[in-house]
Ligand binder design. Structure first.
Ligand code: FPP
Ligand code: MG
Length: 322
């Protein structure tokens, strides 16, 4: 992320987010503090705080107005990931052992709950009732998205519509809420709040689609976790959904996708088959359509460096998937 020149716009602000995150990790129990610090120090793009800060800046607000919200958003995101790593039994995240690997299931769940609970304290510093309300309904829908994914594991009848609904809930909504809430915290007018929400929603859809593509095509070192994790877990993502519709070797594809304990060779074979059927190109094409929609909303934002960065981020998301 730091290689994105436009990112300098929020670099200093994100350092403050980092300081505040570490302060929030301070728990009465030393093991809990250690686990929370491990999570924070594993890094991450801090996309959600950045979106909230940029949205607020677009609407003319200083960092102080949005900082507690920006930190709360990252903590909710971290809480969801630490729980997700337990659900997925993931050994690595961002190239480092997960809290689940280091401290086990119970402490991972407590760490996630603790971060989520502390985020509520930060949210409680705002008077506007829309802020807790949007964060609460977003969190509810994220859980529904995860449940939907769980129920759909190894279900080869999953439709494009099912997939889009799932990624909207599990990823796009929190990114949309980050943009929307940044504008609300800044006291922006309704029209701007709506454009920022729709910018975030479309960008969030593209972000998850490229994430799903990267799960199949990225270098494992760059990904920070083993390649093909979704396929191993039976999570049928867009490239596979497209391949299931178009593949000339459909029986072979079905057989590999449905297999529970896939070997590394089978995963590689499956990815190659999906690539040959055009699944990766199709997914990247759809991501690009969402990014174009995000740009259509960004043009309505007040001109300035914050808007340029939001616009630039749409190109960054596209470049991730290439
Ligand atoms: C990672 O997706 C997971 C999410 C984006 C959402 C996880 C949500 C929950 C566990 C429920 C909500 C929890 C709270 C605290 C509101 P992924 O598995 O596609 O990505 P990955 O490969 O990085 O794990
Ligand atoms: Mg996961």
């Amino acid at each position: 992320m730091n290689d994105l020149p436009l990112w300098q716009e929020v670099q200093a602000d994100l350092q403050q987010v980092e300081v505040e995150l570490l302060r929030q990790a301070d728990a009465p129990d030393p093991v809990l503090s250690q686990a929370a610090r491990h999570l924070i120090q594993a890094g991450g793009k801090r996309l959600r705080p950045a979106f909230a800060i940029l949205a607020a800046r677009c609407c003319g607000a200083p960092l102080e107005r949005v900082l507690p919200l920006a930190v709360a958003l990252e903590m909710i995101h971290m809480a969801s990931l630490v729980h997700d790593d337990v659900i997925d039994a993931s050994p690595l995240r961002r190239g480092r052992p997960t809290v689940w690997t280091r401290w086990g299931k119970e402490l991972s769940l407590h760490t996630g709950d603790y971060l989520f609970a502390r985020s509520l304290l930060l949210v409680a510093t705002y008077d506007d009732p829309r802020i807790p309300s949007i964060l609460a309904s977003t969190s509810v829908k994220m859980v529904q998205g995860e449940l939907h994914q769980l129920a759909g594991a190894f279900d080869l009848d999953v439709t494009l519509r099912d997939y889009l609904k799932r990624i909207y809930r599990k990823t796009a909504l929190l990114i949309a809420a980050s943009c929307q809430l940044g504008a609300i915290a800044a006291g922006a007018r309704e029209e701007l709040i709506q454009h920022l929400y729709l910018y975030g929603r479309n960008l969030g859809m593209a972000f998850q689609i490229t994430d799903d593509v990267l799960d199949m095509v990225a270098e494992p070192e760059r990904l920070g976790k083993p390649i093909g994790s979704d396929l191993r877990q039976g999570v049928i993502t867009l490239p596979a959904i497209y391949a299931l519709r178009t593949c000339a070797k459909k029986q072979k594809l079905i057989c590999l996708l449905a297999r529970r304990d896939k070997t590394t060779v089978e995963i590689q074979e499956l990815i190659q088959l999906i690539k040959n059927c055009g699944g990766i190109d199709y997914a990247l094409g759809l991501a690009e359509r969402y990014l174009a929609r995000a740009r259509q909303h960004a043009v309505f934002l007040p001109a300035g460096a914050a808007r340029d960065t939001l616009m630039g981020l749409t190109y960054y998301i596209r470049a991730r998937g290439i």
